[in-house]
Design a protein around this ligand. Structure first.
Ligand SMILES: Nc1ncnc2c1ncn2[C@@H]1O[C@H](COP(=O)(O)OP(=O)(O)OP(=O)(O)O)[C@@H](O)[C@H]1O
Length: 331
């Protein structure tokens, strides 16, 4: 049974409109205290808008949410006292040392003197940045910067931390380091809500995942529950041309049943790829195959199955983000 006291965040018909665009469409979800909860979806799905509303950075157009019992519409100041936010655009001052950036945040939260310094050190140590603490941020690596941003967000011991794409652009090692530290936050009882378009991140780090697309939650559950939605393996095959691919779909569906064209690939759904392979290879000998790969159930497959398109839609063009980028380049 769920006790209200165990609930850290509850979104109630949370909605955001930008002009005619419904970026977040009446979503409902609950995050339990001490959980790591991910919003997984492609660029433009509405993830940043959702956590910006929860973090009181944007006002909902409709609906509400409770964060540690406080309304993001009516009790905005109280919400701010119990949360830490790490936005996608980094905020640390390059000219200052890592320590001074964190100290500044401690002072902004109303701490002074020794207490502010002690809190800053604690946050720096928690994020394993002691060695670099007295170095200016301009000399930090991408991973160190991300860890510093998290240190800045936890200096006042928040109950809830929002991380917007915490590892975007980082190498695997730095990414894993951040995952370990996020898990350490959870051990301290902190609720973590993060956005990501990396399915590995959602899968490895989260207790529960909400898959979000076009402002809707299309599925929610533990990574295991979500993966159970797509049974069996997928075999992706790329052929030398459209005509070949279409012919392959016709021929292969006579044998394997579930065969379709998806984003330039012929995709065959089978119970076991190992069992299907001998016959498939025989059938493929008449075609010109450029690529073949087997994919076991993962969150990307769940997303594809539910929405009919991929998580990393390279082609997608976000006019709003483009304008923001151009403004940043010009300034
Ligand atoms: N301030 C704004 N004004 C107008 N449109 C906006 C604004 N902020 C976001 N949008 C639009 O709302 C939609 C959702 O954007 P949002 O940033 O929440 O998506 P996202 O899932 O977080 O994507 P990303 O991972 O790229 O940040 C997009 O179509 C975006 O262009």
């Amino acid at each position: 049974m769920t006790h209200t006291s165990d609930v850290s965040i509850q979104a109630i018909n949370l909605t955001k409109r930008y002009g005619n665009l419904l970026a977040v469409d009446h979503i409902n979800f609950k995050v339990m205290r001490g959980e790591i909860y991910s919003l997984l979806g492609p660029n433009g799905a509405g993830k940043t808008t959702t956590i910006s509303m929860l973090a009181t950075l944007r006002m909902p157009s409709e609906g509400d949410a409770l964060v540690e019992g406080y309304s993001i519409v009516k009790d905005r100041v109280k919400v701010r006292r119990v949360i830490g936010v790490v936005p996608q655009d980094l905020t640390a001052d390059d000219e200052l040392t890592g320590f001074d950036n964190v100290l500044l945040m401690a002072r902004l939260h109303g701490f002074s003197g020794k207490e502010a310094e002690e809190r800053a050190w604690e946050a720096i140590k928690f994020m394993e940045l002691e060695d670099a603490a007295k170095r200016r941020v301009m000399y930090y690596s991408g991973g160190m910067r991300r860890r510093l941003e998290i240190a800045m967000s936890i200096v006042h011991n928040p109950k809830v931390v929002f991380l917007d794409e915490p590892t975007v652009g980082l190498d695997v090692q730095s990414r894993r380091h951040i995952w370990d530290l996020v898990r350490a936050l959870k051990k301290e009882g902190v609720t973590v809500i993060l956005t990501t378009h990396y399915m590995e991140e959602a899968e490895e780090l989260s207790d529960r995942v909400a898959i979000i697309d076009h402002g809707h939650i299309v599925a929610e559950g533990t990574p295991e529950e979500l993966k159970a939605k797509v049974k069996g393996d997928r075999i992706y095959i790329k052929f030398s041309g459209d005509a070949e691919a279409e012919k392959a779909v016709r021929e292969l569906s006579r044998i394997f049943g579930d065969v379709k064209l998806l984003e330039g690939y012929v995709v065959i759904k089978v119970e076991s790829s190992t069992e299907a392979m001998p016959q498939l290879i025989k059938e493929l000998s008449q075609f010109n195959v450029l690529e073949l790969r087997v994919v076991r159930p993962n969150l990307e497959e769940v997303f594809l199955e539910l929405t009919g398109h991929g998580l990393r839609d390279e082609e997608s063009f976000d006019a709003f983000k483009f304008r923001r980028l151009m403004r940043a380049v010009r300034s």
